[in-house]
Design a binder for this molecule. Structure first.
Ligand code: LLP
Length: 428
């Protein structure tokens, strides 16, 4: 098994030095618990591995994975940049203390208004289409704007079809064949062109497609440089680094992965005389995914045609199992090491049959009142949560050295109802 399940002297699950049973009693459930040290460790591991091979290396944390301001502050302190995909994420990054030049905005199907927001914020704008280039030109002074382009290198990968963002079916990026012409056009318009980018998908544990994308992007960068004379300041290979979710998954060997990428990078820099641009990646999941658990209480044990454990979270709280069929490991926090004695379905509290955290999951005996911990709930968990079924969004706490702090209050019905207006005629 390639992820940590830590227990304390009481035999309870422990996270960031805090007792998960005590956290559930103190804050109630459902509850996201985020381990600060784990985020820092993950960041340092990936930064350390790549920068040891190539000094001028930068991480743009893909904040769509987790936009909590405290998480963003931690990564700001670690020296990260931000990959932002919307005005809201740009705003959040600036609020979290990132200078605009540390933010790369990769919109897709961005409106003119969104592009203007990015220009006014002073962030680097990574363009996803020729249309965006032309529309941007109408609303800015090109020589005041730093841009790059997202290239579709015809290769994609990811843990689920929905998470593959390169290849012939993908809506993202511009075709590699049009890159030279588009860079030339942007240069003629007077833009400050600083980089080139790709992102082929999410949840990649097999380095092969990633390496192929690196190779293609480097060849495109080489052609762009040789045919247009543009000096690229950065080359960005996107995110996608996977983490183990099942007990059988193994960790990405980050040392080997970073070495293979940087070796290829350096040889391509030489081949095309590209100088020494900054090498960038944009991990989201790898940095925050395993740093959080979701605590949820079993309130109903039901023997129907199947056996169910019903809990107080649902796909409004954690969508991944319902949306992608994703496996998230689950343990009972008061007996994380207990032997499995049954298989059971673990179902949420949303009025849909697809609201299941697990089907036929081997588990020890569980009773009503038990607290379950759902692992790997740091990435694309809270950030994809909703108020479906008029359920207020849940609370997030940060743990560090055994201490816990609330970093997001639990929503109330007032939050669910906020922003609605009832026309007065309907009040009569
Ligand atoms: N850069 C860009 C341009 C992206 O679109 C993404 C993710 C990333 C970086 C970071 O990818 P990561 O390192 O986290 O794999 N909701 C899905 C994942 C969607 C990812 C979207 N883009 C999930 O829960 O698995």
């Amino acid at each position: 098994m390639d992820f940590d399940i830590k227990t304390n002297e009481k035999g309870n699950l422990s996270i960031g030095g805090a007792d998960a049973v005590e956290l559930s009693e103190k804050y109630d459930t459902p509850l996201y618990v985020i381990d600060e040290e784990k985020i820092r460790e993950n960041y340092k591991r990936v930064y350390g591995a790549f920068s040891a091979q190539y000094k001028d290396f930068k991480i743009f944390y893909a904040c769509k994975a987790n936009t909590n301001l405290a998480v963003m502050r931690i990564l700001e302190q670690e020296g990260s940049g931000i990959d932002a995909v919307s005005p809201g994420e740009i705003y959040t990054a600036l609020l979290a203390g990132f200078e605009p030049e540390r933010v790369l905005y990769t919109g897709n199907n961005a409106t003119d208004k969104e592009l203007k927001f990015a220009v006014d914020s002073g962030v680097i704008i990574n363009l996803d289409s020729v249309s965006a280039l032309h529309r941007l030109t109408k609303i800015c002074n090109p020589n005041e704007v730093k841009i790059s382009f997202r290239i579709n290198p015809k290769v994609g990968a990811g843990h689920h079809e929905h998470c593959i963002t390169g290849g012939y079916l993908s809506k993202f990026g511009i075709m590699e064949e049009e890159a030279v012409e588009v860079y030339q056009r942007a240069a003629n318009m007077g833009y400050n062109i600083v980089g080139i980018h790709t992102h082929i998908g999410s949840g990649i544990l097999d380095p092969e497609p990633f390496m192929l994308a690196v190779e293609t992007l480097m060849d495109v960068a080489g052609r762009v440089h040789q045919e247009t004379n543009i000096d690229l300041e950065f080359i960005d290979f996107g995110g996608g680094l996977g983490i183990p979710y099942t007990l059988e998954d193994s960790k990405l060997d980050i040392e080997t992965f970073s070495r293979e990428i940087t070796d290829l990078y350096k040889s391509k820099l030489n081949e095309y005389d590209l100088g020494k641009p900054t090498m960038c990646i944009e991990p989201g999941r790898y940095i925050v995914g395993d740093a959080s658990i979701l605590l949820t209480r079993v309130n109903t044990i039901k023997q129907s045609y199947r056996k169910f454990a019903g809990v107080d979270a649902g796909f409004n709280t954690l969508l991944r199992p319902s949306m992608y069929g994703s496996y998230h490991h689950i343990v009972a926090v008061n007996k994380p090491d207990a032997k499995n004695t049954q298989t059971i379905d673990i179902a949420g509290n949303i009025c849909e049959s697809g609201d299941l955290f697990a089907r036929d999951r081997p588990m020890p005996e569980i009773e009503e009142g038990d607290i379950l911990a759902i692992f790997n709930a740091g990435a694309y968990a809270f950030s994809m949560s909703s108020q479906y079924n008029s359920r207020p969004k849940t609370m997030e706490v940060l743990v560090n050295n055994g201490k816990s702090e609330v970093i997001r209050e639990r929503e109330t019905f007032a939050d669910v109802l906020a922003k609605q207006n009832v026309p007065v005629r309907l009040l009569k």
